[in-house]
Design a protein around this ligand. Structure first.
Ligand SMILES: [Zn+2]
Length: 196
């Protein structure tokens, strides 16, 4: 593949160098001395936003699945119980994930001693979001009937895949990665239960 500078069109060998996972430096064009392609950073932010939206949608769906055995779905459901479920789902998704994020950042700072750079946090967050896509298995529950326990088994899959992603990104010990992910998931679980 051939790259060119976005400013002057001069041919360039590589757009960035990677020092460690998530730690990149953008290359400068030898012709015009400007950063050859500053949009690489924007692409990462775009990817982050897209995966965040996908993550929240799947999480909202999970929240509805958890509520389903408690409330009978169908035409008999009253308007008030519909709004109750809707309100509960928003609380789960936004408050739950806000607390998840805060405790995750806190846990990786204190357990993994991650540097406080924004780009580092952004890359770790992206890894967590993408590794959470095991939640897509929940869509199978639209088609087939499963016992509600399956939701929690999928949660465990998500937890373990988050841990592996964190381990790969930070090269920290397995125990610390499990600890950081477990704290964040446990706090989210407690918050969503407390406001049930
Ligand atoms: Zn140039």
């Amino acid at each position: 593949m051939e790259y060119r500078c976005v400013q002057c069109g001069f041919r360039i060998k590589t757009l960035f160098v990677q020092y460690s996972p998530g730690n990149i430096r953008l290359m400068k064009c030898v012709n015009c001395k400007a950063v050859a392609d500053e949009y690489i950073e924007c692409e990462l932010m775009g990817l982050l936003w897209k995966s965040l939206v996908g993550f929240l949608v799947l999480d909202a769906y999970r929240s509805l699945l958890v509520k389903r055995p408690e409330e009978e779905w169908g035409t008999s459901m009253s308007i008030s119980s519909f709004f109750w479920i809707y309100r509960k789902m928003l609380m789960d998704v936004f408050l739950g994930n806000y607390m998840f994020l805060c405790s995750f950042l806190f846990a990786i700072r204190s357990l993994l001693k991650t540097s406080a750079q924004f780009s580092r946090f952004r890359d770790l967050l992206l890894a967590i979001l993408i590794s959470s896509y095991f939640k897509i298995l929940l869509t199978a529950m639209m088609v087939w009937e499963f016992p509600p326990a399956v939701i929690y088994i999928i949660d465990l899959f998500v937890l373990s895949s988050n841990t592996v992603a964190l381990k790969v990104m930070t090269k920290s010990t397995m125990n610390r990665c499990i600890g950081a992910c477990f704290i964040a998931h446990a706090i989210k679980f407690c918050i969503t239960q407390a406001f049930a």
